[in-house]
Design a protein around this ligand. Structure first.
Ligand SMILES: [Zn+2]
Ligand SMILES: [Zn+2]
Length: 188
């Protein structure tokens, strides 16, 4: 998911960023470390650059991060809670096992797997809707790419591209990298 991304453009950043993984609630630091290892390995496979990844101790998921009905956590509130520490060279990615939502598709509270607010340097990923935990890195990598490159969804709608829009029905099978188009415009 993303919100209000600019039109697709070629983006190349000069200085590789540090990824900060910020677990929330019952998402343990150990889990975040394992996910961070997987993520940086995959990013290296995709972009040929090994990024530094810092894993922070979990923060509580406070009630103030919930939606009005107190049924889910708001993705935008989680992102904003990390925004002060994030900048172009320090991308913060919040991690939670809880269901998260945002206002999108004309719905006030729509459940999502992840969200990036552009412009911004923080995003959030939830494992709640990910059936196979081995696919969690794909959600995190998708949001990282939105955030770091201010990149929209795959313009080719390629089913094997990590940046394909989920459109409410996320599929992870066979998504292990970028399509030729996205890999030609995204470089670290
Ligand atoms: Zn997206
Ligand atoms: Zn693509």
């Amino acid at each position: 998911m993303n919100s209000e991304l600019p039109d697709e453009k070629e983006v190349r950043c000069l200085c590789p960023p540090v990824i900060h993984l910020q677990p929330f609630g019952k998402f343990s630091q150990r889990e975040a470390q394992l996910l961070g290892k997987e993520l940086t390995k995959r990013i290296e496979d995709i972009f040929g650059v090994e990024l530094e990844c810092e894993v922070h101790p979990p923060l509580p998921l406070s009630d103030t991060l919930m939606n009005d009905g107190h049924t889910r956590y708001r993705a935008d509130k989680i992102i904003k809670s990390m925004a002060a520490n994030a900048n172009r060279h320090n991308i913060y990615i919040g991690l939670t096992h809880k269901d998260i939502s945002c206002s999108v598709h004309g719905k006030k509270d729509w459940g999502v797997q992840g969200l990036s607010l552009i412009p911004g340097n923080a995003c959030v990923a939830s494992t709640f809707r990910v059936k196979d935990r081995r696919d969690s890195w794909k959600v995190v990598c998708h949001e990282f790419i939105h955030t770091y490159f201010t990149y929209n969804h795959c313009p080719k709608d390629d089913p094997f591209c990590l940046m394909q829009a989920a459109k409410g029905h996320p599929r992870y099978k066979g998504k292990n990298g970028l399509c030729p188009h996205c890999s030609s415009v995204l470089k670290i």
